[in-house]
Design a protein around this ligand. Structure first.
Ligand code: HEM
Length: 554
């Protein structure tokens, strides 16, 4: 096969040296083609992605990039573990619960976040809990677990989640009244941004005001988050960063905005504590109950700087990263499931109405002083109300019935939340590094320096894990005798499992119950005609086109 020769025949005549060179190229090319053909021949009949010399399965992966979760699931349904070769590493995907338990718990220390993840997220997350391994991680985990378990933070979170659910409700009532189209995903991202900022640092940033303003800090955080994820697919990102050009220049600006904001909050709060200390014991006068203030008090208690300002900054950004998109994604997918499954929506509404009746009977029910509600419901005064305000007042009354304990009674709502997380886990694939060669329980070998990943998204769809109706949305699968039965965290992996299980799990579930109880009781959502519900390929599972709806009041 003289490929080059045939193409370049006129050069051969004029340049004999070149002819010799082309002959060598010709041989090489012919052999390469033969090699590729033989390799493809050897792969015939084998299951798994097409593997080419040098690039491995990169071509097939890039071809399927927009539907990567579906792509990996299509192979994993035939075999629970899949090894995919990339030019410089092999990624082992698994959905086998025993393998997942091995990675996340039994041989935990062999599967850290890894250098690749840490390097890519260093600019945004620094050395925060989400982005570290070993001692650095352990210290933060210990302190944060202790604080997250505290009743003070739980009570404070309940108040914050209720207050911001009401703010959201006011926006929805208005959208329903004027028949506006509303992007629910955008609203939910604003909601969770606000609640994380309140619970974690005791500040509101104003993204959920009725005018829905663009807040520079929120925008900068969103940019930095998206640009960090972009680094995974941009082999030139370090070069761009070095020369400070393109998206990396935008990244630098966004990080500066985030840092300025974080350090301003830190310094203001430190001054507040110092001023209060002047008048006596800081603990006694401290009225704030957020996570950050509690860490500041730890500094006070120990009499030394347990946390530096940089550590405070990293904590702040890591909590935002961990809690904002994940909770917003769950609420968005939940609402989309209510649109696609009106029978489930109806059953939840029935549960919520029965709950309302029972709660009003069992409590000396009182909506509380109107003055407390004025901050949430515009137009509220001690006179006659228009329809919109009356409806908001009704929502506010209902919200008073929702407490940490009473929300636990809503078992069908809980089952629908779990079912949403099973099929639409906010972190669809979780990747870990491999420190040393190892063998999974199913016999798969993994080599040091490569990557492993378990996929909650694919796991939720495997018939050999969840039965023949695995792909159907069926909250009933979680219920027995009216009570939710939990599954092993190595089978239902939306919150991860083992020593690094999500720290905000209980807090997230509290918020989900609170906001969804209000949404399902009072609002019906209708997808705008032509809108398509599908995921966007990102670190978190967002809806590709948002969730554009019109709303009617129930
Ligand atoms: C439905 C909502 C949520 C889901 C599904 C979820 C899921 C997860 C998952 C899968 C991880 C492991 C990530 C990894 O290590 O690769 C994680 C970690 C974490 N989550 Fe959540 N999360 C949610 C909400 C929250 C909230 C609201 C917070 C708190 C503000 C939070 C705080 C954290 C923290 C601090 C970690 C790091 C734990 C560690 O590395 O030790 N999460 N979460």
């Amino acid at each position: 096969m003289k490929l080059f020769t045939r193409i370049n025949v006129h050069f051969l005549v004029s340049n004999p040296c070149r002819a010799k060179f082309l002959d060598v190229c010709d041989e090489l090319l012919s052999e390469s083609v033969l090699w590729v053909v033989l390799d493809l021949w050897r792969q015939r009949g084998k299951k798994g992605p097409l593997r080419l010399p040098l690039v491995g399965s990169l071509v097939e992966v890039l071809w399927n990039y927009h539907r990567l979760h579906d792509w990996s699931a299509s192979y994993l349904k035939d075999s629970p573990t899949l090894q995919v070769d990339f030019p410089d590493f092999t990624m082992t995907y698994t959905v086998n619960p025993e393998n997942v338990e091995h990675i996340l718990k039994n041989n935990f220390s062999n599967y850290p976040k890894g250098e690749l993840f840490q390097e890519i997220f260093q600019s945004l997350l620094g050395d925060g809990i989400f982005n570290t391994d070993g001692e650095l991680w352990r210290k933060q985990r210990k302190i944060a677990s202790f604080e997250f378990a505290s009743k003070v933070l739980r009570d404070f979170s309940t108040e914050v989640f209720r207050a911001y659910s009401l703010k959201l409700a006011v926006i929805l009532t208005h959208a329903a009244t004027v028949q506006n189209t509303t992007d629910m995903q955008d609203l939910f991202l604003r909601l969770t941004m606000e609640t994380i900022c309140q619970v974690s640092f005791g500040i509101g940033i104003g993204t959920l005001e009725p005018s829905l303003p663009d807040i520079p800090f929120a925008k900068a955080f969103e940019n930095a988050n998206e640009l960090s994820a972009h680094r995974f697919v941009d082999p030139l990102w370090k070069l761009k960063r070095f020369f400070n050009v393109g998206v990396e220049a935008t990244m630098v600006k966004s990080i500066k905005q985030i840092d300025d904001f974080a350090y301003d909050v830190i310094s203001a709060r430190k001054q507040e504590v110092a001023a209060q200390k002047k008048f006596g014991d800081a603990k006694a006068v401290m009225v704030r109950r957020d996570f950050f203030t509690r860490l500041l008090l730890l500094n006070e208690d120990s009499g030394q700087e347990t946390f530096t300002d940089k550590e405070f900054r990293d904590t702040m950004v890591n909590f935002l990263m961990a809690g904002r998109d994940t909770s917003a994604s769950t609420i968005s997918w939940f609402v989309s499931m209510m649109i696609l499954h009106p029978e489930v929506d109806k059953r939840i509404e029935e549960e919520l109405r029965a709950f309302e009746k029972a709660r009003k009977e069992e409590t000396s029910y009182n909506v509380g002083p109107i003055k407390d509600l004025k901050q949430f419901i515009p137009g509220l005064c001690d006179g006659a109300y228009d329809d919109e305000t009356s409806f908001n007042l009704q929502v506010a009354e209902y919200a008073q019935l929702l407490t940490y304990d009473s929300l636990l009674k809503l078992q069908y709502l809980y089952a629908a939340i779990l079912e949403t997380l099973r099929l639409h886990p906010p972190i669809p694939v979780d990747v870990k590094g491999v420190l040393n060669d190892d063998t999974f329980p199913d016999g798969t070998h993994v080599k040091k320096g490569n990557l492993v990943a378990y996929s909650p998204w694919a796991m939720g769809r495997m018939q050999y894990i969840w039965g023949s109706d695995a792909c159907d949305f069926k909250p009933e699968r979680w219920m027995k005798d009216g009570v939710v039965q939990l599954e092993s965290p190595f089978k239902f992996t939306a919150f991860q499992a083992g020593p690094r299980i999500c720290l905000g799990k209980d807090s997230a579930l509290l918020q989900l119950r609170m906001v969804l109880a209000i949404l399902c009781r009072f609002y019906k959502f209708h997808l705008v005609p032509g809108a398509i519900i599908k995921y966007r390929q990102m670190m978190s599972l967002q809806l590709a086109n948002g969730l554009p709806v019109t709303i009617t009041l129930k």
